[in-house]
Design a protein around this ligand. Structure first.
Ligand code: SF4
Length: 159
């Protein structure tokens, strides 16, 4: 079962969406300079039972438009299950993973509206950096949406 360290409502991680964001613990990727090493320890934090997950969705129903998982792909069966639950509430779904896109199983992509891929590389920066290695895509169309994260003055530079 997925465990989480933090559960909050976020406005910027998925452009145009109000997201219930779950930070899963147990990340095995160990990116150098990781901003959240407390997420590395497997099964630390709180178990994300179905009851808890559904309870949070119900609590914010009508306000949230998306469920965002920060990791959790290492517990694939449970992540798929949770994404399917979110979709029964007609919510969009997003996963932030440090994996590359070709490492994300099709089975998982099918449950996702958006996907952020790529490990953290400090010298390249995150999604708000024009040099980032990370990619934010709309899964169904494959459209790259990184530009939505750039400060407006930098947007033309990569278009
Ligand atoms: S994927 Fe994210 S949480 Fe995991 S090690 Fe890399 S930066 Fe840290």
């Amino acid at each position: 079962m997925i465990h989480f360290s933090d559960l909050q409502i976020v406005l910027q991680e998925v452009p145009g969406e109000i997201s219930l964001c779950i930070s899963a613990t147990g990340c095995p990727l160990r990116c150098q300079g990781c901003h959240s090493p407390f997420l590395w320890k497997k099964d630390s934090g709180t178990p994300l039972t179905d009851e808890r997950f559904i309870g949070e969705i119900e609590r914010y129903r009508g306000m949230i438009t998306c469920v965002l998982f920060m990791g959790g792909e290492w517990d694939m069966d449970d992540l798929l299950h949770k994404l399917q639950i979110a979709r029964t509430y007609s919510l969009h779904t997003c996963l932030y993973t440090g994996l590359e896109e070709n490492q994300v199983p099709l089975l998982l992509k099918k449950e996702l509206t958006w996907l952020k891929t790529g490990p953290w590389i400090a010298s390249l920066g995150g999604l708000s950096s024009p040099t980032t290695n990370q990619r934010f895509i709309e899964v169904q169309s494959g459209k790259l949406l990184n530009e939505s994260f750039l400060p407006s003055s930098n947007r033309k530079a990569i278009s």
